[in-house]
Write a protein that binds this ligand. Structure first.
Ligand code: ZN
Length: 452
């Protein structure tokens, strides 16, 4: 006798399901059953229709279903500089004459972070690492919009106004205030909503943190667990400052202080000596590769060399856009230019944007692929989009041609947080309007008259 169907919370169907599981299963006319935030079954829609009953079904007719994307390095309040910074500098902290992080009030950071989280979700990023000033505002935005997030404060002790003019002025008071901000963040937000929000430690960079501050972060992060997030060898200025202060390269300094290990997720890693590449590789650290940001600054990180040396590569948009599919494409183009050949393909960078990001965060048992037992972080793309045709192997057209705008439904932790491109837990139009008002006021303060 046939087994009685069991109840589940949600059934998601799809014309095509790219599981990205260990066997790289692709299901035509597939379905995913979700119960208690977790994927409990994957198979054909016919099989699952016999095995499960549910009050809620997402009809994936005309849809491609895939795991949520994992974006391992962002600073959502920095949306304030988007569209402007690209032509005049690379980060407010190092660029005078533009709105600075220390000008933001907490409510400003919240308005900008909400915009950033909205854009990331809209483009299929279900897990987002975000760290900046007012990290509580970032956590609040992530919690409200329904995205899975790893949040940290921006720990540093370099005085920002001095730094914008190229001077390093390390202040104990600034360092202690940023440590306190992160401790308060952890106390308030770590583990929120069944672990959907996690908090980590994030020293800004080896030049903007003194050795003493980095030692303190190491101690706190060891006691806390999770990852340590930072920027590493991002610019010549940083490399020179670290060498002048310590006689070491940035990776050598991080290694000496015990921070260069498999828990470290370091963005950029551009200005490296050959011995730095070996050191980073041996440590099994993760490079948060930001191809769009690198390219806009006229730089290419030696990603293939770092990978060959043993480093893990994961992807991020670093606030330049929320579109990780676009970042995948840029990653391929840049490494082909760098190595003068076809050294990277769509399937590999798709892994960087999903499974590798999940593994870097120590979450590969929970996210990164569509597997029974993992959290239900699922993205549906509109297969009727001209950008997704023709569909031959699936991966090629997705990475080389699609964009975040082809995403129409996003599920995080079994909850539908984006439907038909619209947020379900917040008012997207209001978020955009609020962020525009904040940005207009801050750019006016910087002496620019916004047109918006
Ligand atoms: Zn960054």
């Amino acid at each position: 006798m046939a087994k009685q169907p069991q109840p589940c919370d949600l059934l998601v169907t799809g014309d095509l399901i790219l599981t990205l599981d260990a066997a790289d299963r692709v299901l035509h006319g597939g379905a995913i059953a979700v119960a208690d935030r977790t994927i409990v079954d994957i198979g054909t829609a016919d099989e699952l229709g016999r095995r499960w009953t549910t009050a809620k079904t997402i009809d994936g007719k005309g849809r491609i279903v895939m795991p949520g994307l994992v974006n391992v390095h962002n600073h959502t309040p920095l949306m304030i500089t988007r569209g402007m910074i690209e032509d005049i500098g690379f980060a407010p902290m190092y660029t005078p004459g533009i709105p600075q992080g220390h000008w933001l009030r907490e409510e400003d950071a919240y308005a900008l972070s909400s915009l950033g989280m909205y854009e990331l979700l809209r483009a299929g990023c279900t897990t987002v690492v975000d760290f900046y000033r007012y990290p509580g505002a970032c956590a609040r935005a992530a919690a409200e919009l329904g995205v899975r997030a790893v949040i940290a404060g921006r720990v540093h002790d370099a005085e920002p106004a001095a730094l914008a003019t190229g001077r390093y002025d390390h202040s104990r008071a600034i360092g202690e205030a940023s440590l306190k901000e992160n401790a308060e963040l952890i106390a308030r937000w770590n583990g929120h909503d069944g672990g959907r929000i996690r908090c980590d430690w994030a020293p800004h960079a080896p030049d903007t943190c003194s050795d003493d501050l980095l030692r303190e972060v190491k101690k706190l992060a060891d006691a806390h667990g999770g990852n340590v997030h930072t920027h590493l060898s991002q610019l010549p200025l940083e490399v020179e400052a670290v060498r002048a202060r310590t006689g070491l390269t940035p990776p050598q300094l991080m290694d000496k202080l015990g921070l260069l290990d498999d828990r470290l997720i370091a963005a950029h890693c551009i200005h490296l000596e050959r011995s730095d590449i070996e050191l980073c590789g041996k440590s099994r650290m993760t490079v948060a590769h930001a191809p769009i940001g690198n390219a806009k600054g006229g730089r290419i990180a030696p990603i293939m060399e770092l990978r060959e040396a043993g480093a893990r590569i994961a992807l991020c948009t670093d606030t330049f856009s929320g579109d990780l599919i676009e970042a995948m494409r840029w990653a391929i183009a840049m490494q082909r230019i760098n190595r003068q050949g076809n050294v990277l393909d769509a399937r590999t960078v798709l892994d960087w944007g999903t499974r590798e990001g999940a593994a870097a965060l120590g979450m590969d048992d929970k996210i990164g692929s569509l597997d029974v037992g993992k959290r239900a972080d699922i993205v549906l793309l509109d297969n009727r989009s001209p950008s997704l045709a023709p569909l031959i192997d699936g991966y090629g057209v997705l990475v080389h041609s699609a964009s975040g705008h082809d995403v129409d439904t996003v599920i995080v932790d079994g909850r539908v947080v984006l439907s038909d491109g619209r947020l379900t837990m917040a008012d997207g139009d209001a978020i955009v309007a609020r962020a525009q008002a904040v940005a207009s006021a801050l750019w006016q303060r910087a002496g620019r008259q916004p047109i918006g």
